[in-house]
Design a protein. Structure first.
Length: 308
């Protein structure tokens, strides 16, 4: 009998399970598939955005979207088009119910376990194909599957030490997913992110203006300290680099943002005599806020025009 057996929702960047169905069977085959679920969860950030793993009498299918992956286990004879329609429905409901801020900042496993109620209802509908066929049109999904079939993962690849680092665009054309690429796309910009970007530019401009004033003062008075000029310009560079880190993906991005924030704090500590407490508080607060927004804006799990 063809049917969906279980499903789960996992965060892409670290494999944290966010929600899952609670109806796992205890057969040997099902227990083995649970191990594959865990192995796949650890490699999601390196995989294309739509994949299938065939494990004997069971198939594992998943799609990734906006940093979250939706995985399901079904029997080997369950139609592929229905499997990905099921995942697409989970994706749309999860995005509607939970915003990106909640999924990005979640720290506890299964913190959205109440989503299991929707998974169970949807699974029951998809396991009753008679009632399902009258409620939805599968033509679009069938066309999508034909034009861009899911990447077929082999069990040997899943257990390899190198994982999927060897995947290229030529091997899986159209996924829009290049592992650890320097120009990997980031998640869409939020309003707090835009505010932090503008404030960082403002702080950089203020430091730059004060730096030029310090140079003028230095030329007029030989006793002025040149180190203040350096501190102002370092502050400008740090603010602009925070803007760069917010807009573009780079390696060690989070570590760089924390180091940049540390430089902003050091510069303002050195400029303590030239700024009042409110000015120091403003610059340090903006630096901390920008660091947080850089941390929250993670790489995308898929291309934004993906519609499945």
């Amino acid at each position: 009998m063809s049917m969906i057996l279980s499903a789960s929702v996992v965060r892409v960047r670290d494999g944290l399970p966010l929600s899952a169905s609670t109806d796992y069977e205890q057969s040997t085959g099902m227990q083995e598939c649970r191990k594959y679920f865990k192995m796949l969860s650890k490699k999601l950030s390196q995989l294309p955005d739509r994949c299938t793993l065939k494990t004997g009498q069971y198939n594992i299918n998943f799609i990734s979207s906006l940093g979250v992956s939706y995985m399901m286990l079904c029997t080997e004879n369950y139609p592929s088009v229905l499997a990905f329609c099921f995942l697409d429905e989970l994706q749309k409901e999860f995005i509607t119910t939970y915003n990106m801020m909640k999924t990005n900042t979640a720290v506890r496993p299964y913190c959205f376990i109440e989503f299991d109620n929707f998974i169970q209802r949807t699974k029951q509908r998809y396991n009753n194909t008679r009632s399902l066929s009258t409620k939805m049109n599968l033509a679009d999904m069938q066309t999508e599957i034909k034009l861009r079939p899911p990447y077929q993962i082999s069990v040997s690849e899943l257990g390899s030490t190198n994982g999927f680092a060897h995947l290229s665009v030529a091997e899986y054309k159209g996924t829009g997913k290049i592992p650890a690429a320097p120009h990997q796309r980031l998640e869409p910009v939020t309003l707090p992110g835009i505010v932090s970007f503008v404030l960082s530019l403002l702080c950089g401009a203020l430091n730059l203006i004060r730096g030029f004033h310090a140079i003028e003062s230095l030329l007029q008075n030989e006793g002025e300290d040149f180190s203040y000029v350096i501190a102002f310009f370092l502050g400008t560079a740090a603010c602009l680099y925070q803007c760069y880190l917010f807009v573009y993906y780079t390696g060690w991005r989070n570590a760089k943002s924390f180091l940049t924030f540390g430089l902003i704090c050091l510069c303002n500590m050195y400029l303590y005599e030239l700024r009042n407490l409110w000015q120091l508080f403003f610059h340090v607060t903006v630096g901390a806020f920008s660091t947080l927004q850089i941390r929250l804006r993670q790489p995308q799990g898929k291309s934004p025009d993906y519609n499945v």
